[in-house]
Design a protein around this ligand. Structure first.
Ligand code: 4AD
Ligand code: MG
Length: 502
C-alpha cells in the first residue's frame, strides 16, 4: 500500500513506495528519462521517470508540463546523494491535477518591483520559501523563550488611545467618530500587566507611519515586547542577550539547509556568542569622532573599490565571451543571469562608494546629544563581530517614558541592540520612569495631554516599582540572520511607505 508523504519525511521511508502531492518546480526531459523537480511545501525532491514505466501518452504529456503544474507522483524512495535531501523518487505513477501554462516567475533574474507585484506567486520560489521557514523558526523560538522563562503572554490592543513612540508616526483611524491610532507599541499596556503578572510579553503587528524609504523600515511590522517588574538595566541587557542568543541557536539548529540555500553567513552566526559588546552612547560618540573611525571608513572605501574593479573585470570577460559567439543556449542563459547579478551588485556597490565620504563626515561631525543615525549604527556594528549594546542615550533623543539615569540626569537608562555586519538596530528598550512627578513632567514637556495618560500615571501611584522591557523587530532580526539586505523580503506581504502591492 502506498502512503502519502511529505518530502521532508522521505529519509525515513527509503525503500518504500510513497505518493507525493505537490507542484512542478523544474522539468528536465532527457530522451527516455525525465527528471522532475517536485516541491510540496516541505522541500524539493527529484523524481525520475523512465519511459517504459508510464503509459506513453502520459509520458509525452509530462514532457510539456509547465512550471507550477500541480501533480501527485508515486514512486519508490531511494538514496541519491546528488539529489536535494539525499533521496529521489523512482516514479511508478503520475496524476496531473492542473497543468500550468506560462508561469510568470521563471528561473531567470527578475526585478524587485516585478517580484513584489507577483508576491502571491513569488512566495513559492526558493528564496522567499527559505526566508519564510526561518521567520517561522524565529517566531517559534521567541515564544518558547518567554514561555519557558515564566512570562505570561498578554495581547495588547491594536486600536490605542495614546502614543508610545512619538505622535508623528501614528496612523489615525476613525473609531465611530472618535480618533484612535493603530498601535506603535504594546509597551504602555504591558507595563500595567507587568504589575499583575510580574513578567509578561506581547507579540503582534505594529504600525508606524514612518516617512522613510529605507531598507530597515516597514509601516506594518511584527514586534515582540517583554516587560518585567523589579528589573534594572543590567538585568535587561542579560535578558536581551540570552534571548537573542537562543533565537540564533534555534535557527542554526533547525534551518541549516535554508541558511545555506540563501548563502547566509553561517560562520558569523555561529560566532554570535555571549557576552555581547556593551558600550555607552558617550563611548560610541568617542569612537565615531575618532581617527580610528576615519581609518576604518577609508579601508572600507578601498575594499569597495577593489570589489568594484573585480566585478567590472568579470563583466567585461562575460561580455567578450558572449560577443565571440558559439555558446550553447544554457551557457548564454547562465551568462545572462550572472551579468544581471553583477550589474545589480555594481549599482549597490556604487551607492556604498558614493555614501562612504558622506557617512565618514557625519561620524566625524557627530555631536553629543543627537540620536544615532542609520549610518552611525552601521559603522559601529561593522566594527564588531558580535552584537553591540549601546546604552545611556541622551534624554532628549529618546521616548518620554524612559527613566533618567540616577548618576547623570542628561541620559536615560536605555539600550539599543545593534546586530553585527552593519545591520544596525534590532532591539530598543529601557527602564521606565517609575516616579509619578517626573513622568508627569516628561508628558508635559512632550506636549501630550496628561488626561489621556491618566491610567498610565496611575501605575506610578499604586505600588510603583522599578521595571523595564524592550521590543525586538521580527523582520529586522530575520533580515540580519538570513543576510537579506531589505526587510521587505522578511514578511510575506510587506507594507512600505510608498507602495502596498497586494
Ligand atoms: O526602538 P523601538 O521604537 O522601541 C519600542 O517600540 C519600545 N516601546 C519597545 C519596548 O521597550 N517595549 O522599536 C523596537 C524595535 C526596533 O529595534 C526595530 O527592530 C523594530 O522594533 N522597528 C521596526 N521594524 C520595522 N519597521 C519599522 N518601521 C520599525 N520600527 C521599529
Ligand atoms: Mg529604537
Amino acid at each position: 500500500m502506498t502512503h502519502i508523504k511529505r518530502i521532508s519525511e522521505l529519509q525515513v521511508v527509503i525503500g518504500h513506495e510513497v505518493t507525493l502531492n505537490g507542484w512542478l518546480y523544474k522539468n528536465r526531459p532527457s530522451g527516455k528519462v525525465q527528471f522532475l523537480m517536485l516541491r510540496d511545501g516541505s522541500g524539493l525532491c527529484q523524481c525520475v521517470i523512465e519511459k517504459d514505466k508510464l503509459p506513453e501518452d502520459l509520458f509525452g504529456q509530462i514532457k510539456h508540463l509547465g512550471q507550477e503544474s500541480s501533480l501527485s507522483i508515486t514512486g519508490l524512495v531511494r538514496q541519491e546523494p546528488r539529489s536535494p535531501g539525499g533521496v529521489e523518487l523512482a516514479v511508478t505513477a503520475v496524476e496531473i491535477h492542473t497543468p500550468a501554462v506560462d508561469y510568470p516567475i521563471t528561473p531567470k533574474e527578475h526585478g524587485v518591483d516585478f517580484l513584489l507585484k507577483n508576491r502571491h506567486l513569488h512566495l513559492r520560489s526558493q528564496k522567499p520559501w527559505c526566508i519564510g521557514r526561518i521567520r517561522h523558526t524565529v517566531i517559534d523560538a521567541i515564544r518558547r523563550f518567554f514561555n519557558d522563562n515564566g512570562f505570561t503572554l498578554i495581547d495588547t490592543p491594536i486600536f490605542t488611545t495614546i502614543a508610545g513612540e512619538g505622535e508623528q508616526t501614528l496612523f489615525e483611524v476613525d473609531y465611530f467618530g472618535q480618533p484612535l491610532h493603530l498601535t506603535q507599541t504594546g509597551q504602555l499596556y504591558l507595563e500595567s500587566a507587568a504589575m499583575s503578572f510580574g513578567k509578561v510579553y506581547c507579540f503582534g503587528p505594529t504600525f508606524r507611519a514612518e516617512k522613510s524609504k529605507t531598507r530597515r523600515h516597514l509601516t506594518e511590522f511584527w514586534m515582540v515586547e517583554p516587560e518585567v517588574a523589579y528589573i534594572d538595566l543590567p538585568g535587561l541587557l542579560d535578558l536581551a542577550e540570552e534571548f537573542v542568543f537562543s533565537i540564533v541557536q534555534r535557527v542554526l539548529k533547525d534551518n541549516h539547509d535554508e541558511l545555506e540555500t540563501l548563502g547566509a553567513d553561517i560562520a558569523a552566526l555561529e560566532a554570535t556568542q555571549t557576552p555581547f559588546v556593551r558600550l555607552s552612547y558617550s563611548e560610541v560618540v568617542d569612537i565615531l569622532t575618532s581617527d580610528r573611525t576615519q581609518k576604518f571608513m577609508a579601508a572600507q572605501l578601498e575594499q569597495f573599490q577593489g570589489q568594484k574593479r573585480m566585478m567590472e573585470q568579470e563583466l567585461a570577460q562575460i561580455e567578450a565571451a558572449d560577443a565571440k559567439g558559439g555558446l550553447k543556449k544554457w551557457q548564454q542563459e547562465k551568462n545572462a543571469r550572472r551579468l544581471q547579478k553583477i550589474r545589480s551588485e555594481l549599482v549597490e556597490l556604487q551607492v556604498k562608494i558614493d555614501n562612504n565620504p558622506k557617512h565618514a563626515r557625519l561620524a566625524a561631525d557627530f555631536c553629543w546629544g543627537k540620536d544615532l543615525g542609520g549610518s552611525d549604527e552601521t559603522i559601529i556594528s561593522l566594527m564588531h563581530a558580535r552584537p553591540v549594546f549601546v546604552t545611556h542615550y541622551p534624554k532628549a533623543a529618546k521616548a518620554f517614558y524612559m527613566k533618567a539615569d540616577t548618576e547623570d540626569d542628561r541620559v536615560v537608562e536605555n539600550f539599543d541592540l545593534l546586530a553585527p555586519a552593519g545591520f544596525g538596530e534590532i532591539i530598543g528598550g529601557s527602564v521606565r520612569e517609575d516616579d509619578y512627578e517626573k513622568l508627569l513632567a516628561r508628558i508635559d514637556e512632550e506636549g501630550y495631554n496628561p488626561d489621556s495618560y491618566q491610567w498610565y500615571l496611575d501605575l506610578r501611584k499604586y505600588g510603583s516599582v522599578p521595571h523595564g522591557g524592550f521590543g525586538l523587530g521580527v523582520e529586522r532580526t530575520v533580515a540580519w540572520i538570513t543576510g537579506e539586505k531589505h526587510i521587505r523580503q522578511c514578511i510575506a506581504f510587506p507594507r512600505l511607505m510608498d507602495k502596498v502591492y497586494l
